[in-house]
Design a protein around this ligand. Structure first.
Ligand SMILES: Nc1ncnc2c1ncn2[C@@H]1O[C@H](COP(=O)(O)OP(=O)(O)OP(=O)(O)O)[C@@H](O)[C@H]1O
Ligand SMILES: [Mg+2]
Length: 314
C-alpha cells in the first residue's frame, strides 16, 4: 500500500497540570514526534505487519530529523522536499484529560511542486493497490487539487482510502473515493453541509448516529464508509452490508491519532483480504493500542493482537 502525506507536521506534546491562557507555565514533560495524520496511519499499518510506502511532501527546514526518525521506526519513507520550514502542532495534555491542539499552517506549496508530488505517487500505484491519504492539505493546495487526486488515483487503478475534514471532504465526495473514515462530528457536518465540525459528546446515542451517518454517506456513492465515534465505537456501510461495533474500554494516554491508527489497521486488513467486518475490528484494535501510548498512531503489534482478541469474531 501507499501512504500519501501532503501536510506533515511535528507533534510537540506538552504535559501540564492545567493550561492557563495568558500565563507563563513550565511543562512537566515535553516530547516531539514526526507526524501528520497519514504518518500516524502508516504507524498503524506497521503495527499490523504491513509495509506501507510513505510519500511525504516535506519542507526542507527540519526535514533531516523528521525523515531519520521515521526511518529509525522502520518506515519506508520518500520525501519530495520543498522550500520552507516544516510545520508544527502544539498539543497540550492537562491532568484533567483535556487536550488542546494548536495546528501550524505549514509552508505554501506551488502548483508545480504539488503536480510533481501527485504524479510521483500515481506512478507507484500497483493495480488494485490501496492508497491512504489522511489529514489536511498545505496552503496553496485547494479542494480542486483533492478532486484531481481522487480522480487520478482511481485512473491509476488504485483504491483511495481518504480521511479528511469537512472543509475538504465535500469536494472529494462527488469524485467517489473508494473508502472514507470520518469521525461522527465530521460525518454529520458533511451531511448537513456545514464547513466546520464541533466535537461531538460521545453518549449512548453516538453509535446509533454513526450507523445513520455511514448509511447516508454510502448512499452518496462511496463504496466503503466507516464512521468512528470515539469511545462509543464505529459503524460501517459498504456495498456488501453494514454493521456497528461498540468501543472497548482502554486506558487513554494520547487520543490524538486514534482515527488514523484505525485507518491503518482497517486498510492493512483489507489489503490482506479480510472481510470488512473483520477489518473494522483490526482498525479498532489498532486505535485502542495507539491511544494507550504517546507516539501519534504508534500502535504496538502485540497490543493490537490483544485488543483484536477482545473484539471476537466478525
Ligand atoms: N476514549 C476512547 N476509548 C476507547 N476507544 C477509543 C477512544 N477514543 C477513540 N477510540 C477508538 O478509536 C476510534 C477512532 O476514534 P475517533 O472517532 O475519536 O477518531 P478521530 O476523531 O478521527 O481521531 P483523530 O482525529 O484524533 O485521529 C474509535 O472508533 C474507537 O474505536
Ligand atoms: Mg480523524
Amino acid at each position: 500500500m501507499l501512504v500519501v502525506c501532503p501536510n506533515p507536521t511535528v507533534d510537540r506534546q506538552v504535559l501540564l497540570g492545567e493550561l492557563l491562557p495568558g500565563t507563563v507555565e513550565r511543562a512537566r514533560e515535553n516530547q516531539a514526534f514526526p507526524a501528520g495524520k497519514s504518518v500516524s496511519a502508516a504507524r498503524g499499518c506497521l503495527a499490523n505487519g504491513a509495509s506501507p510506502e510513505v510519500h511525504v511532501l516535506l519542507p526542507r527546514g527540519g526535514s533531516a530529523w523528521y525523515l531519520q526518525t521515521l526511518q529509525d521506526e522502520g518506515m519506508d519513507v520518500t520525501a519530495r522536499l520543498i522550500p520552507g520550514v516544516g510545520r508544527e502542532s502544539i498539543i497540550v495534555y492537562e491532568d484533567s484529560g483535556r487536550v488542546t491542539v494548536l495546528n501550524g499552517a505549514g509552508a505554501r506549496v506551488s502548483a508545480g511542486e504539488w503536480e510533481a508530488f501527485v504524479a510521483a505517487v500515481c506512478d507507484r500505484i500497483p493495480p488494485g493497490g490501496w492508497v491512504i491519504c489522511s489529514g489536511s492539505f498545505p496552503p496553496g493546495v485547494g479542494p480542486e487539487a483533492l478532486v484531481d487526486l481522487v480522480t487520478r488515483v482511481a485512473k491509476a487503478g488504485g483504491k483511495l482510502a481518504l480521511d479528511t475534514g469537512p472543509v475538504w471532504l465535500p469536494a472529494a465526495l462527488p469524485a467517489r473515493p473508494w473508502l472514507i473514515t470520518p469521525n461522527l462530528a465530521e460525518a454529520e457536518a458533511v451531511l448537513s453541509g456545514e464547513a466546520d465540525s464541533e466535537p461531538v459528546e460521545v453518549g449512548a446515542a453516538a453509535l446509533e448516529r454513526a450507523v445513520k451517518a455511514a448509511a447516508a454517506l454510502h448512499a452518496r456513492g462511496i463504496p466503503e464508509v466507516v464512521v468512528t465515534a470515539g469511545s462509543a465505537g464505529a459503524a460501517w456501510c459498504t456495498d456488501d452490508g453494514s454493521g456497528r461495533l461498540a468501543g472497548l474500554q482502554v486506558e487513554v494516554r494520547n487520543p490524538i491519532g486514534a482515527g488514523d491508527a484505525f485507518m491503518g489497521g482497517l486498510v492493512s486488513a483489507l489489503e490482506r483480504g479480510e472481510p470488512f467486518a473483520a477489518a473494522v475490528r483490526w482498525g479498532m484494535a489498532t486505535a485502542c493500542s495507539a491511544i494507550e501510548q504517546w507516539v501519534p498512531g504508534g500502535a504496538v503489534a502485540e497490543r493490537v493482537g490483544l485488543h483484536r482478541a477482545r473484539l471476537g469474531h466478525a
